[in-house]
Every structure is written in structure tokens, then in C-alpha cells.
Design a protein around this ligand. Structure first.
Ligand code: NAD
Length: 335
């Protein structure tokens, strides 16, 4: 299959080229992100491969359709960037990679927790400057702290295993509880989690129900000084409310790998530019906030798995074989 890859960076290419040795697809790589204007780059291809920050709105899907593209392979697990209604109406087939390395994301969530708790970035910059004083670096034991996990799918359940190893008491909320986790965690209501948790980590999808799940009201229900970690999707947080809670010291620590408006920022080197997003800039000023730029998935193992599963999925579609990574099969409607 001829596939146009959007938002490709230098580090992506070798993984797809290596994986493709086993499949023989024709791969065209574009650094540009996918949007209604760049969709034309896919001309002559049969499928596009898109990432988290790509625009898969109705307009883009219509533009792709003009170029006879009916297959979108998402090389990520979330699919909130796709207008699913439009995709269904336009008979697109959508592939995702639902489980590539949940450990990568769960481990990054823990890295954020420990970096915030033990103030590792500050400690390292002090040490490099010859400041060996411990003032301002005091942390807390994770042992016996209460951690609240929102969403216990692939990533949330990996996190539960890790935090269980630390000796945390683990509370969780998921509309579909996983019975096999009951040995590690106690499923409870969101309200109980807000009230009792010292650390809260979000691992649910972004959708209409979860948008701004962390609102001003919910932040007030949390324990003063709570640590909040978000490696899922930026819009799970109402960022303005979070900034206010940080200013009021209600929120004690914030670790985020995702941001509501990250499309304009993340995966670009803007170090010589003036950042125009004042909300984001304000977040960077807090000493108790750590922001990483959507890198939680970014491990060698995850990239190997993403490239392998993406190309395998496209081969299955080409051969009209069943494929478990199909989110929506538009071809079943057209046939
Ligand atoms: P998953 O589908 O395996 O798990 C999501 C869980 O959330 C499911 O168990 C589901 O029942 C639950 N859920 C649904 N609605 C909920 C709600 N309203 N409240 C609480 N839980 C709810 O997904 P996953 O692979 O564990 O990924 C979780 C999220 O992590 C994805 O949606 C994606 O946005 C994000 N993600 C981020 C990165 C990154 O690099 N930062 C990488 C991969 C995934």
C-alpha cells in the first residue's frame, strides 16, 4: 500500500523503515502536520498515517476523500482528534494502535511524580552550581500515600502495579472496572478519590464526558496540596482552573505531559521564538509544575511496537484479513 505519513520526525523514520522490511509498503514521509491544506500531499497514496497533533476534522477528511484516501492509520492509541461522525459518513476506515507500550506511559507518569516530589530538576541545577544545601528540596515518602487512578485500562493498570510496588494505597475509578485489579486497588467514586488522594493520575480517554473533568469545583474537593498528574490528554484539565488552584496552593504539584493547546507548541523547537500562549507560559513559571511535551510514549520499545502494528494493520486491510486494530471499518459500508 502507498502510505503518506504526516508529522514525521527524524526519529520516527528509521522505525517505520525497519518494520517495513517485513511488509513492503511504499512509505512517503512528510514533516508537515495533516490539515485541510496539507491533505493534498497524500495524492497518489491509498492511506494516510497520522499522529496525535494532526487535524482529522470533517474538512480534512473531505480533502483526503477528494484524493481517493479512505484509510487513516493513527499511530497512537487516543483518537479524540478524529471527527468520528464525519469519518463514518465519509466511509473511512480508521486504524489505531490501542496498546503499544502502556509501560512507557505509566513509567513516565511515575517519573513526573518522583521528579515533583523529590524536586529532582531543582536539585540537579543546585548541584551543578555548587549549591549543596538541602533547603527547599524536602519530599515525602510515597509509601502508604493514597494514589487515585482515573481510568484503569492498559496504562492505568500498569501504573497500579508500579504504585503497588511503592506501597501506596490505591483508589481507582473506571466505568468498566477491571476485576483482575481488585487485588491491588479499591474501586470507588470520583468524589472519594478527590477527597482521599495525595496523588491523582489521569488515564482515561478525552471525550465529551471527560472534557474538563478537572474543573474549579473538583479542584476544591481535593486534599489541599494534592499532586495531579496528566499524561492522557490536555483537555481533561481546565487549565485556567488549574492555574488558579496552583496560585491558591490548593494544588501542591502538577505534572503534565499533555496540554489543551499543544498542537501549536509540542514536537517543535520553539526555543528561539516568543511563546504566544500566555496560559502555557504562566504554567511554566510555577516552581511546583513540570511540563514535558507529549513524550510519555517515547521509548524505543513503544516506537518499535507502533511501527510494527501500524504497518501490519495496513497489510491486513490490503489483504482483506481481519485486523484487531480497526476502530471503524468504512469498507464494510461501501461493500
Ligand atoms: P484504555 O482504553 O486502555 O483505557 C482507558 C480507560 O479509561 C478504560 O478502562 C475506560 O473504561 C476508562 N474510562 C472511560 N471513560 C472514563 C471516565 N469517564 N472516567 C474514568 N475512566 C474512564 O487506554 P490507555 O491505553 O490506558 O490510554 C489512556 C489514555 O492515555 C489514552 O486515552 C490517551 O489519551 C493517553 N495516552 C497518552 C500517551 C502519551 O504519550 N502521553 C500515550 C498513549 C496514550
Amino acid at each position: 500500500m502507498k502510505v503518506a505519513f504526516f508529522s514525521i520526525r527524524d526519529y520516527d523514520k528509521p522505525f517505520f523503515e525497519k518494520a517495513n522490511e517485513g511488509y513492503g509498503h511504499t512509505l512517503r514521509f512528510f514533516e508537515q502536520s495533516l490539515n485541510p491544506e496539507t491533505a493534498k500531499l497524500s495524492q497518489g497514496c491509498e492511506a494516510v498515517c497520522a499522529f496525535v497533533q494532526d487535524d482529522l476534522s470533517r474538512k480534512t477528511l473531505q480533502a483526503l476523500k477528494k484524493h481517493k484516501i479512505s484509510t487513516v492509520a493513527l499511530r497512537c492509541s487516543g483518537f479524540n482528534q478524529v471527527d468520528l461522525q464525519a469519518a463514518k459518513e465519509l466511509q473511512f476506515t480508521i486504524l489505531t494502535v490501542p496498546k503499544y507500550s502502556p509501560h512507557a506511559v505509566a513509567e513516565h507518569a511515575v517519573a513526573l511524580m518522583l521528579s515533583l516530589n523529590r524536586k529532582i530538576p531543582k536539585a540537579w541545577s543546585h548541584t551543578k552550581e555548587g549549591n549543596f544545601s538541602l533547603s527547599g528540596l524536602m519530599g515525602f515518602d510515597m509509601f502508604k500515600k493514597t494514589a487515585g487512578i482515573i481510568g484503569t485500562g492498559y496504562i492505568g493498570s500498569c501504573l497500579a502495579e508500579i504504585l503497588h510496588g511503592f506501597g501506596c494505597e490505591i483508589l481507582a475509578y473506571d466505568p468498566k472496572p477491571n476485576p483482575s485489579l481488585k487485588r491491588l486497588i479499591t474501586y470507588t467514586s470520583l468524589r472519594e478519590i478527590w477527597k482521599k488522594s495525595d496523588i491523582i493520575s489521569l488515564h482515561c480517554p478525552l471525550n465529551e464526558q471527560t472534557k474538563h473533568l478537572i474543573s474549579a469545583k473538583v479542584l476544591l474537593e481535593m486534599k489541599p496540596g494534592v499532586m495531579l498528574i496528566n499524561t492522557s490528554r490536555g483537555a481533561l484539565l481546565d487549565t485556567h482552573a488549574v492555574i488558579e488552584a496552583l496560585k491558591q496552593k490548593q494544588l501542591g504539584y502538577l505534572g503534565i505531559d499533555v496540554y489543551e493547546e499543544e498542537e501549536n507548541l509540542f514536537s517543535k523547537d520553539l526555543s528561539s521564538e516568543i511563546i504566544q500562549d500566555d496560559t502555557f507560559s504562566r504554567l511554566l513559571t510555577f516552581p511546583n509544575v513540570i511540563v514535558t511535551s507529549h513524550q510519555a510514549y517515547f521509548t524505543k520499545e513503544a516506537l518499535q511496537s507502533i511501527s510494527q502494528q501500524t504497518l501490519a494493520g495496513l497489510s491486513s486491510l490490503e489483504k482483506k484479513e481481519p485486523c484487531e486494530n480497526v476502530l471503524w471499518d468504512g469498507s464494510s459500508l461501501s461493500s
